[in-house]
Every structure is written in C-alpha cells, then in structure tokens.
Design a protein around this ligand. Structure first.
Ligand code: BES
Ligand code: ZN
Length: 854
C-alpha cells in the first residue's frame, strides 16, 4: 500500500510538463486468478528503452496493490515502492518485466479498477484505474497489444478483442489493436447474452452480444437495434467500419458513469442499456440509443485515435458527443435534439462556466482527472466542433475528418493535431479559433441594430467575464447564424453565417424594403449568451414566424423567462399575450407535438435564478417557485375548456413503440395531463395510471398526481409493483423528492435515506435521492438550510465509499455565489465542514477547495 495520505498537500499536474515515456511497451500479457478478496494478477510486459528518450526513469503507476514479486528477464529484482507506484533499475536493452500483485475486488467500493457488482467481476480503468490492477505506465500515450488469461470458476469470462481459447476454469483473449491501459476491460460472472450480428460494408461479419444478469434478457432488444444502427450510421456518414470480429456490451448495476468504451468490450451502467416498454420511459429509450452510439463511436474517436494525455480529453469526448448528437438528430428530429442539447448546455455548462469551477475545454492543470469529465469538456467541447463545422462548411469538415483518420490512426493525439488537419484540409488559419480550447467562460454578445434607407446594420460586441485564473480574455471567432424577416413574417434574408472576430464588429444588409426583424444565433450557432434589447411582441412574432425551429423555440423560451422574471421581480400577473400565444401553439395541430411539448415546458427554476443573477439581481428561490406555480396554474385555467379535448387528441393509441414520433406525442400528452391534474383533482391522471401499459404513461400519471399531492395510493402501488426492479425503484426514489414542496423536500429526502432500499454503494440509488434533492431548486435552497445540510452530510458519508461520485455531486453547490448572503454563509459552512473531514479523498478535496477559493 503506498497511497499518499489524502490530506497531504495535493499534487497538481500541468499540461506544460508533458514528457513522453522513456520506453516502448511491445506487448502485455496478463493472467488473472479471480477470487473476491484476493485476486492475483500476473503481468508480463516487454519494454524497450527509446533511443531518443529525454528521461530514462523506469516508473510504473500502482495504487492499492500488494506486490508479491517482480522479475526482469526471469530474475527476481527489488523494486522501490514510491509515491503512486514503483521504480526499478532496468537494463538498457529490451527486457521482460514480470510482476505478481494481489488485489481485493470485493472491498473496492470506489468502483475504479477491478471490483465486484452483485457477485460479478468487472473493471473500470478510465481514466487512471488500471494502476489499481497492476503496476503499469498508466498513461494514454503508452499503447500496446494485450493478451489476457482469466482463471476462475465464473461461467462467463470476457476481455477485450477476440477469444483465443477457453476450457474448464479458464479463458484467453487477445486484442490485436494497440491500446492504452484505460481501454482494458475484464468481466466475469453468471451472465446471459442477447446475441446479434452485423455485416460491415466490406462484408465482414461481426458477432454482437449484450451480456446481462439472468432475468434481464428481455431488456436487451432495443439496445441491440441501437448498436446496429450506430454501426451502420458510422459507415454511412464517416466511412468508419468496425475492426474486430466481436463486439460485446455488458450491463453492470454499480457503475460511476453512464458507460465506457473499452475496446471490443463496452461496459454500461445498466440504466444506460437495459430497456423495456414497461420499465423505461421515452427519455430512457432516447438516452440509451445515444449512449450506445456514443460508446460505439469511440472505437474510432478515442480508441483507434486516442489522447496523448488527459488534458486532451475533449479531443475524444467533445468529438464523440458531437458525433452522437449528429446520430440522434438523424435518427430522430434535428431541431428537437438541438433544443434539448441547448437546454442541457444552459442547465449544466453555463453555470459551470460562470462559477468557481470554470475551466477551458482543454484544462491546463488538474489534481484529480476524474473531476474534469465535465459539461465543459463534453458539451462545450462538442459545441466547439459544431462551430468549426459551421465555419469550414460540411464538405471541408468531412475532408478534415478523413485526413484526421488517415494521418493519426494508431496515435495518441493533441488538440494541435486536431486543428492542424482542419488547417491543412481547408487552408484556414485557426490560431484565433483555438482560443475556444484555452479560454474559459461563456462569451456575452451584445447586439445593437440600426436601419436607414434600406440598409440594416447589426453591431456585435463580445466580452467574457473573468474566470478562475483568467482575468482577461481575447476576442474569439464566433459564428453567428443570422436571418432576417420582414414585418409581415416573410424571410427576406436566408440564414447567413457572420464571422465575428473582433471585440466589436458591424455587418450590413442592403436593399431592404423596410426595417427587418432579425433572427440571430439560429440553431444556436455558438455557445454564447446573447444580450439584446427587444420587446415581448417581437419575441412573440418570432415564435410565430421564424423559419428556424430552434429560434422559434428560443423566442418562446425568452418570452417565458421575461414573463417569469417580471412575476418574480414586480409581482406582475402572468402576461396575457404570452398565455394567448401558448394557447394558440398548443392547439395548432400543424406543429410537431414534440416541439409543442418543448414550448409548453417552462424554463427551469434554476434557469430563472441564473437569468436573475446575470441581470444583477439576487434570486429568491421561494419567489421563483411561487411564480412558477402561479404561472402554471394560470395557464391551466386559461386552457381549461380545451384541456380534455387536447388530452384526448394527443393520447397515443395502440401498442407502445419507443420512436421519436410516439415519444413526441406522449411528451405533449404528459404536459397536458399535468395541467389538467391541477384542475380535475387528479381524475384523469388516476385513470391513466390505472390503465397505462408502459412506463412513460405510468410515470407521467404518477408524477402529475404526486405534484398535486394526490398520488399517495399510486405511489404505494408503484412501490409494490416495482420493488424488485432496481432501475424503476430509482425513479420511485427520485420522484418523491422532485415532487415535494420546498419546505418538505429535504425531509422527504432524509426519510428516503433511511429506507431499506437506499444504499451508498450503488451510485444510481445515491444519485436518485441526492441528485433529486439538488434538482429541486426551491427545496434544496430552502431558507432553513436543511437541503444544504443533508447533502453535505451524505457527501461526507459517501466520500470514504466512493470518492468519484462524491466529488461529482459536490458540484450541486457550484452556483452558491448567486444567492443571498444568508444562503451563502450556510453553504460556505457546509463546504468547510466537508473540507474539514478527516481522510477526505483527493477528488472531493479538489472540488470543494475550488468552490471555496474562487
Ligand atoms: N469515456 C466515458 C466514460 C468515463 C467517464 C470513464 C469518466 C471514466 C471516467 C464515456 O465514453 C462517456 O463519455 N460516457 C458518458 C455518456 C456519454 C453519452 C456522454 C457518461 O458516462 O456519462
Ligand atoms: Zn465518451
């Protein structure tokens, strides 16, 4: 054991310190003798010193390992155990390193390295988990081929690549593709498979499997179809084919993240792959399809071309998120996907970028890399690629991507390599564009306009507020997609991409018959905050007439925010013109139901808080909650006479199909049911609950009833029906807290932590409860401070069990500086309490310190 004491001065790693490893790893052979508390891992690794190495130090990472023996070329050697690994004197020529270590998978509740979940062995090695399996240069630029032998009495024993042999008590695997250790995987247990197959465009047959615990076989069909669609899509759109004869997916109940792209052996949180109409909602189906695609797409963007170091994480994650968004847009609805992504970006990335945890998509330093799998690296990383594609055009984008795969296949790359292929493919200088990778913070773009004699001028001024470590920012390249409408609603100028490069810049449009109405930032062409003085009637005009569906939604969303902000600040009544516009839209059967559902979904309370904060007000969570309630109640009353008809008209008949079309209709129907439930005492919702044959409708009915405090009987029935289904139980836990009134949310959550089915060891269950608490804006921020206190207590308790999940959930406090001084003092006290905990993990330590120091 050689872990640094967690409270010792934490080590910081810097991008600028990168140095290549001094040895080539020619091949890796691993033998596992599985045993829950004492698994032995034997490694045989051939190293060759690099002739041109600047640094010959032979250092192998290792954590929580018991070293049994080490040999070089067959002779025992003495390794020096040092902080985070070992050092050894080694020959100047190629040599075989062998080590035997013992590890304790059953005691591994951090779920990193080799661990056990429901009696099943599994691994999670990204980012730095392989060092908990054996001593190794655990860094992504060290790539090698792996041969794995697993010895044990588990019925199914899997690893990366292709099976090369198996017998009673053993199985052997070989992965011919050189890979970094973070893509290593091993799974062993009592598993059953849902098989499938795919023939690649060059005619190769690939065997596909989804492996699950017995009893879950019936929940694999949808995931299998999603996998086949992903394989086909990547061939059609990017020309990328799968490169092994076998592709395995395994579902695991205890998993920190959503899923992991291990070569040929993807491991999934069971919530992200298992699906059935009875147990999964439309939202679950959509997410499963996207995440299967995401992990599959990593086979090229991540695995065949990987990252030089973890500072380059967005090279694979930003690109793969961008690709999975393209896939979802193609499989479902392009505008709906874009709107959903922008809602998520504003809910998760903008607060990060505007608070103490702000960092650039390519960070320059970290203490714990697990803390940088963030909305900024992922979602902003994907937005940056979207901007690049818009700037160079579609043809150039695919030309650059082809060059990327051709030039860098088999390599561990950097953002510089990535931008260079775009420069070489297009002849464009991307040095200013590169600022998107190094500057944190969300740019504000202020827009003013001018019209005279047929000439319309738009003037843009960009600025980015200071972020930790970056007081000043240089102007960036911002693609602004703009169209112009005439006052009668015709589009007089189609979408044009204006390229902002200066701090202040104007663009003119000539030959206009009258002053146009601008539609700015169409499709949300850049991740910026637009500031423009406009009127609610102009917003209503765009909501009705814009040809860009994203901006139609955006106009409605901006209008909704204005109305709610006015209600909060001035106690205004809900704006009648806006209610009329909504009513018109809900009843307009020409409009896509999914789109109508989105327009009918109010901006979140946290979003209103953020907006108030941006405008220099201190948000009062209770007032925001009250305004939301009043608004929804007024809307329900306004629609009263049409609600029953609308409900009937949007009810989807026939067998449940989890496609985009049905999902859109059910989303609208669910919105209408929730409004109706405010007026009919829950009659319709109770009927829907009783007759639902799918989770989407059952859950929508239960949520509507619980929100109206009329769901007690149904909540009990739901528990009785689903208590043996872990994933459905997560919904039951979360929903009670999500629906609780502000003053009861913390108490409800606290009670649920006492429930026999609550567990600190299962991240999904912990997140269901504590994530729902943090997501209940007025409840979490209730003036009593009970929400803050409960979360802090539970984070402290979780930290010694699972640091990674604890640290991620600490981010619930990141917006603390938005609120009044009393709440700030309460949160600060909780953060300090967490920081003062003895033996706090380095993960949580880093997160809490960053939040306190900014
Ligand atoms: N490589 C990640 C999984 C991962 C993240 C491993 C952090 C270790 C630490 C995987 O490709 C991923 O990004 N998964 C996402 C879902 C995806 C759809 C964005 C996840 O797990 O949330
Ligand atoms: Zn990923």
């Amino acid at each position: 054991m050689n872990d640094a004491a967690p409270n010792a001065a934490p080590q910081t790693f810097y991008l600028k310190d990168y140095k290549p490893f001094g040895y080539e790893v020619e091949s890796v052979k691993l033998t596992f003798q599985l045993s829950p508390n004492a698994t032995k891992v034997h490694s045989a690794i051939r190293f060759t010193p690099k002739a041109d190495a600047e640094d010959n130090r032979f250092f192998l990472h290792g954590e929580q390992l018991s070293l049994i023996s080490a040999k070089i070329d067959g002779s025992p050697v003495t390794a020096r155990l040092v902080d985070g690994g070992l050092e050894c004197d080694v020959p100047r020529t190629s040599f075989l390193w062998e080590a035997e270590v013992e590890i304790d998978p059953a005691a591994n509740t951090a779920l990193e390295g080799l661990y056990m979940s429901n009696g099943m062995y599994c691994t999670q090695c990204e980012a730095e988990g392989f060092r908990k399996i054996t001593y190794y240069p655990d860094r992504p630029d060290v790539m090698s081929t792996f041969t794995v032998r697993i010895e044990g009495d588990e019925p199914v024993m899997l690893s990366n690549g292709n099976p090369t042999g198996a017998g009673e008590g053993w199985a052997e695997w070989h992965d011919p593709w050189p890979k970094p250790a973070y893509l290593f995987a091993l799974v062993a247990g009592d598993l059953v498979n849902h098989p499938g197959s795919f023939t690649t465009k060059s005619g190769k047959d690939v065997e596909l499997n989804i492996w699950v615990r017995p009893g879950d076989e019936g929940k694999c069909a949808f995931g299998m179809e999603a996998l086949k669609k992903s394989m086909k899509w990547d061939e059609d759109v990017y020309g990328l084919e799968y490169d092994l004869d076998l592709f395995n997916i395994v579902a695991v109940d205890d998993f920190n993240m959503g899923a992991m792209e291990n070569k040929g052996l993807n491991i999934f949180n069971s919530s992200c792959v298992l699906a059935s109409p009875e147990t999964s909602t439309d939202a679950n189906f959509e997410r499963i399809e996207a995440i299967i695609a995401h992990e599959y797409f990593h086979n090229w963007t991540g695995n065949r071309i990987t990252c030089r170091d973890w500072f380059q994480l967005c090279l694979k994650e930003g690109l793969t998120v961008f690709r999975d968004a393209q896939f979802t847009a193609d499989m479902r609805s392009e505008p709906v996907k874009r709107i959903e992504d922008v809602i998520a970006l504003r809910a998760r990335q903008f607060p990060e970028d505007g608070g103490p945890l702000a960092h650039p998509p390519r960070p320059e330093e970290f203490q714990e890399i697990n803390n940088f799998y963030t909305a900024t690296v992922y979602e902003k990383g994907a937005e940056v690629i979207g901007m690049l594609k818009r700037l160079v055009g579609d043809d150039n984008y695919y030309k650059a991507l082809n060059l990327y795969f051709e030039r860098h296949d088999g390599q561990a790359c950097t953002i510089e390599d990535w931008l260079k292929v775009f420069e070489d493919a297009t002849g464009r200088d991307l040095s200013q564009f590169k600022l998107w990778y190094s500057q944190a913070g969300t740019p504000r773009v202020k827009v003013t306009e001018d019209y005279a004699d047929g000439t319309y001028t738009l003037t843009f001024e960009q600025s980015t507020p200071p972020t930790p470590g970056q007081p000043e920012k240089a102007p960036r390249v911002i693609p602004m997609a703009v169209g112009l409408l005439s006052p009668n609603g015709d589009e007089v100028r189609g979408t044009q991409v204006l390229e902002l490069t200066e701090a202040k810049q104007s663009f003119t449009f000539d030959g206009l018959a009258s002053k146009p109405v601008p539609s700015i930032l169409r499709e949300f062409s850049a991740p910026v905050i637009l500031e423009r003085e406009t009127t609610n009637s102009e917003r209503a005009f765009l909501l009705a007439h814009d040809t860009d569906p994203f901006n139609r939604w955006e106009a409605g969303n901006a209008l909704a925010k204005e109305v709610r902000v006015a209600m909060v600040l001035d106690g205004a009544a809900p704006d009648a013109a806006y209610l009329d516009a909504l009513e018109k839209l809900v009843r307009d059967d020409e409009q896509d139901p999914a789109f109508r559902a989105l327009v009918l979904s109010p901006p979140s309370q946290s979003d209103i808080a953020q907006t108030l904060h941006e405008r220099g007000h201190t948000p009062d969570p209770q007032k925001i909650y009250d305004a939301a309630e009043t608004f929804t109640q007024t809307l329900a009353q306004q629609l009263e006479t049409s609600l029953p008809r609308l409900y009937a008209a949007t009810t989807v008949e026939g067998p449940y199909v989890p496609d985009a079309d049905g999902a859109g209709k059910r989303a609208l129907n669910g919105r209408i049911l929730s409004l109706l439930t405010r007026l009919d005492g829950g009659e319709q919702a109770a009927r829907q609950y009783a007759s639902a044959d799918n989770m989407t409708q059952q859950y929508a009915a239960l949520a509507a009833l619980m929100k109206a405090e009329k769901g007690e009987a149904q909540s009990k029935a739901f528990f009785e029906q689903w208590q043996d289904d872990r994933l459905v139980m997560d919904k039951w836990f979360a929903l009670q807290i999500a629906c609780a009134a502000p003053e009861t949310a913390a108490a409800t959550a606290k009670e649920l932590t006492q429930h026999p089915l609550f567990s600190m060891k299962n991240p999904n269950r912990f997140r269901a409860v504590m994530g729902a608490l943090a997501g209940n804006h007025a409840g979490f921020h209730h003036a009593s401070g009970a929400g803050y206190q409960l979360l802090a207590e539970n984070l402290i308790a979780l930290d010694s069990v699972n640091p990674q999940t604890t640290a991620r959930m600490c981010a619930a406090f990141q917006t603390w500086k938005r609120y009044d001084s009393k709440r700030q003092a309460q949160i600060q006290a909780e953060l300090e309490r967490i920081l003062a905990t003895s033996d706090l993990s380095r993960d949580t330590h880093e997160m809490v310190s960053r939040m306190l120091s900014a």
